[in-house]
Design a protein around this ligand. Sequence first.
Ligand code: XIL
Length: 393
Amino acid sequence: MTKHFANSRRQVLLGLQALAGLTTLTALGQFRLGWGTTMAQATRNLPKTRETSLGIRADAKGLLYGAAGRYRHLSSDAAYAAAFVQQCSILVPENELKWQALRPAPDQFDFQQADWLANFARAHDLKFRGHTLLWHIGMPKWFKTTVNRQNAEQFLREHITTVVSRYAGTMHSWDVVNEAINPGDGRADGLRNTAWLKFLGPDYIDLAFRLAAAADPQALLVYNDFGLDYDTAEEEARRVATLKLLERLKSQGTPIHALGIQAHLLFGGDATSFNVSKLRSFLKAVADLGLKILITELDVKDQQLPSDISERDDLVAKAYEDYLTTVLSEPAVSAVLTWGLSDCYTWLTSYRPRQDGAPARPLPLDAQLQRKPAWYAMAQAFDQAPQRPTPRI
Ligand code: XIL
């Protein structure tokens, strides 16, 4: 589907909302925050006519914006689904393509929910991305008692070939391997001591990429990981190990095309210090290997932030602003996905509960699907991003 068509689809949606008095139809535009202007003030000052969706703003720069979504929410909450289609150009299933969801038993695949999401994406002209083929978490219970050194390669081959073939030709990208690095495990190569590593050795990563490439020669194949963002000894070690892995894969001809940076950000405190030049030089080193970079799971953990909602929202927005301004200055960054779209459905409410019991507010839309300061921070970052080369990836 052409870009023009995608834009007009969203403008129809926006137009319908305008008729309902919710928002006003749009032109692409820019706004700037002066120093000392809080995000909440900026939000109030922003002319309504500038409120084009995030997907359209990103698209204008040759970038992709989208989010993780779940079958349960997109199939049952029409207002949420409409907001998703309005804001996003790409959908990634939050859990439905993980082993736990796809593999009820060692000899069975259940694609029902993943297929529903693939059809939702197709019906609404959203790109679709796959998460994830190999991860040490999100595994079915039977895995531990069934998979061993003797049969591990067969399981890996069957899983990747079956799952990737099913969506071949329609997948934008696959997170082939997720979170394979953990310098804390003490190995010289920085790899995490997962079951796959134990059974197959470090070349399981190369094998996974080769199988994925054979099953879908078109999809962008991604290595995805977290903890690559901040200026701490731990994250520096993770960046070093990631570069080492990417260099090794590239030098041995593994069909890898991009690094996925999860970017679950954590605002506040020394332990989360943000160093613009270190992050930029890491991104540049990845780009110099000939790889694209996708920001795959962006959100801002707010569990340490004040209870006051407007204060908290401003700080979360500031984290989005700082981070996106930095990463979008690297031309190899071609897509940004948030891990969810609305605060009503975020993994952080249960995964990182706040002490005051208040719901987490990590995403661009609030629980009522209204735009938060974080939305405006993202909009501004997209508006100010350098134009990406065409064709878009
Ligand atoms: C999370 C989901 O959001 C949760 O719903 C699920 O219970 C656990 O997994 N990094 C990843 C994602 O790569 O797959 C994780 O998603 C969040 C952290």
